[in-house]
Unconditional design. Structure first.
Length: 210
């Protein structure tokens, strides 16, 4: 009988731990349950379970920022209160270039304040196909007139926020470089390509001075 009591207490303690706080993140499970539901509302249950997992190493609790409290109006209002930074790993094994982080900032109740990297597959299923691979991105950039330049092109698959809020490929060349000068100066052009439709979203110049 004593053994049964001990077992029961162990199970109770274990369950309290499960509904209380994730030991790895320091974030309550009630918070991550809400962020799970938020992402699922955008991508769907099946897509979430296949490709998106909580990143316990990066997720964390953020206490109120003392500097923001002492200087109201100098920071975003949510920084004056406790909040959470919740990170998910987003990987599609059959498309290895899809290996990104989904980042959420939520308030003390788990309500989303900011979200980065969450595609809206429910409203637009094509937002989660990612049929454009690196080779196709190169060809599309070439077709768009991107010059060969002085060095190998730099390609990156990533989330593009702002007015696009979608996953893109950026293909960047280098047209001029002065590595021995003071300061270091380089410039070129970059093509932004929709990773789902293959459409050219933007072509712009870039300059680096360091």
């Amino acid at each position: 009988m004593k053994g049964l009591i001990i077992t029961g207490l162990f199970i109770c303690a274990f369950l309290l731990g499960c509904i209380g706080e994730n030991a790895q993140t320091g974030v309550s499970n009630s918070i991550t349950e809400k962020t799970d539901r938020y992402i699922i509302s955008k991508v769907g249950e099946d897509f979430f379970s296949k490709y998106i997992t909580l990143n316990s190493n990066l997720s964390r609790y953020n206490p109120p920022d003392e500097l923001c409290i002492q200087n109201p109006g100098s920071c975003a209002p949510y920084l004056e209160k406790s909040n959470y930074y919740i990170v998910y790993s987003f990987k599609i094994p059959e498309k290895p270039y899809v290996d990104e982080l989904i980042e959420l900032t939520v308030d003390g109740e788990g309500n989303v304040i900011e979200a980065w990297g969450v595609p809206d597959c429910i409203i637009n299923p094509n937002e989660c196909d990612f049929p454009i691979d690196e080779a196709e991105a190169r060809q599309l950039a070439k077709n768009a007139g991107l010059e060969e330049g002085m060095a190998d092109w730099e390609l990156s698959f990533h989330w593009y926020g702002g007015n696009l809020s979608t996953y893109v490929w950026t293909v960047q060349n280098t047209l001029s470089e002065h590595p021995s000068g003071e300061p270091y100066l380089a410039s070129g052009r970059v093509v932004v390509i929709d990773a789902n439709s293959g459409g050219i979203k933007e072509i712009s110049d870039w300059v680096t001075i360091s």
